[in-house]
Design a protein around this ligand. Structure first.
Ligand code: 4AD
Ligand code: MG
Length: 432
């Protein structure tokens, strides 16, 4: 079998005759020559079709090639620094596979609703392609980071019998004869069982929140990575979070230069994402708001503009710790030095991207945890297995969750989460 050759491999084939397959991105012609820009998913390539180099039939058939028509082209690979990608193909043959009739997305401007309606096609455009390539690289960086540090990948269930992150955003459905079941909001509770078995684990998968808000930062289906570590306290958790974020950002900067350039991302802002990150308490964050003449009462949660004001004080992600326990989840441990606050941390991204990580040290005391479950009106019977983790060899432990789409949006510099996932799900959209 002839090996398949892609545009991204052309460096290894200079001077050779190769056959490539793909779609027409664009074309120009001037008399005796046609320039076909081929797109094959791995890159873009200018194919030069000289009238004298191909049969008349082939030369004329190039007229039929419209935007996004699929075709096969054979020719010799030349180095050409002025062309996109640095190579050019001197075509000797062109075979049309399928002529595309009136592709809906033309090079002119389209409205965002039209583009999302055509998400299945919009994915082919340069900017969307660059974003999803960066998403892929971030996912690999996340896996590499944990795999290289002794973590075990631990897959939690998606169908769950109870809430993890509060009951207001649950997707509910009937589960045979067993009553209500819910789509998972977070794999954390299961990750805690994993940490007691493997020491250090991470979950990585889709999570669901019936978010009733239409903000640019909320999806109803999003991907979250959640490390969970036995014998970690809040400070250890923050150390890991900052090392992790530095690793992701620096890996993308090193490996995804072309895509960041396509997105016209100001990379100088990302270059500053180096440890140590500032660590401030919730109390300090409230002071920042007051210094900026923002009305804010202690005990409330920060809104999007509050988060922006806080993060604008810093040139790298800021870790805000020790939130009022009232506004945080039932499983978070209270600070032994101040019962009013939980040993929680949120990491706020720079440039107004808001919360990208939420984490905490977990309540490891059986009696306190039962008390919290009761205070939150959660059905204790469903949590008995979780309470067993405190009955049978309880240890201090901590973890956090990073939202993948928020991280992709921040690193790509895009302003809405809907472009950071192939097919976004939001309160007002579940198609295509
Ligand atoms: O802060 P959250 O709710 O934390 C948890 O779920 C914990 N169980 C994590 C843990 O400690 N293991 O969510 C974590 C992150 C947020 O910081 C945000 O980045 C992202 O998940 N996130 C969302 N992303 C997109 N759309 C939504 N509706 C999101 N809700 C949370
Ligand atoms: Mg949170």
């Amino acid at each position: 079998m002839k090996p398949k050759i892609y545009i991204s491999d052309l460096g290894k084939h200079v001077g050779e005759e190769v056959t490539l397959k793909g779609w027409l991105f664009n074309k120009r012609s001037s008399g005796k020559v046609k320039f076909l820009i081929l797109r094959d998913g791995s890159g873009y390539l200018q194919c030069v079709v000289f009238k004298g180099n191909v049969s008349e039939e082939v030369f004329n058939s190039c007229e039929e090639l419209t935007q996004e028509s699929s075709f096969e082209v054979t020719g010799k690979v030349k180095e050409e620094p002025r062309a996109v990608g640095g190579f050019e193909l001197d075509a000797v043959d062109v075979k049309i596979i399928s002529v595309c009739s009136e592709y809906p997305i033309t090079p002119k401007e389209h409205g965002i609703e039209f583009l999302i309606d055509n998400r299945h096609l919009w994915l082919r455009s340069k900017k969307q392609h660059a974003i999803l390539k960066i998403r892929h690289r971030i996912i690999k960086a996340i896996r590499d980071f944990f795999d290289e540090r002794g973590f075990t990948l631990f897959d939690p269930p998606i169908i769950t019998p109870n809430a993890c992150e509060g009951t207001s955003t649950l997707f509910e459905f009937d589960y045979f004869d067993l009553g209500k079941a819910y789509l998972t909001q977070s794999g954390q509770l299961y990750a805690e069982a994993g940490a007691m078995a493997f020491g250090k684990v991470y979950t990585f998968g889709p999570t669901f929140r019936a978010e009733k808000s239409k903000t640019r930062r909320h999806l109803t289906e999003f991907w979250m990575v959640e490390p969970e570590m036995a014998f970690y306290d809040l400070d250890d958790d923050m150390d890991l979070a900052e090392e992790f974020l530095e690793y992701i950002v620096q890996t993308v900067l090193t490996n995804m230069k072309d895509e960041l350039a396509t997105l016209e991302r100001d990379t100088s802002k990302l270059e500053k994402v180096l440890r140590p990150f500032p660590r401030i308490s919730y109390d300090d964050a409230v002071k920042i708001l007051h210094e900026n003449n923002i009305e804010f009462a202690w005990g409330n949660d920060f809104g999007a503009t509050d988060e922006t004001t806080i993060s604008n004080q810093f040139d790298r992600p800021v870790m805000v710790h020790r939130y009022p326990s009232e506004i945080k989840a039932f499983y978070m441990k209270r600070d032994p030095l101040n019962e009013k606050v939980a040993l929680a941390v949120d990491v706020l991204a720079p440039e107004g991207y808001g919360e990208i990580i939420g984490g905490s040290q977990r309540e490891d005391n059986l009696d306190f945890l039962i008390q919290r479950i009761q205070e939150h009106n959660l059905p204790q019977s469903f949590f008995e297995w979780y309470l067993d983790l405190r009955r049978f060899g309880s240890v201090p432990h901590a973890g956090f969750g990073l939202g993948l789409e928020r991280t992709v949006s921040w690193i790509c510099g895009i302003d809405h989460l809907r472009e950071a996932i192939p097919f976004p799900r939001m309160i007002y959209r579940n198609t295509p």
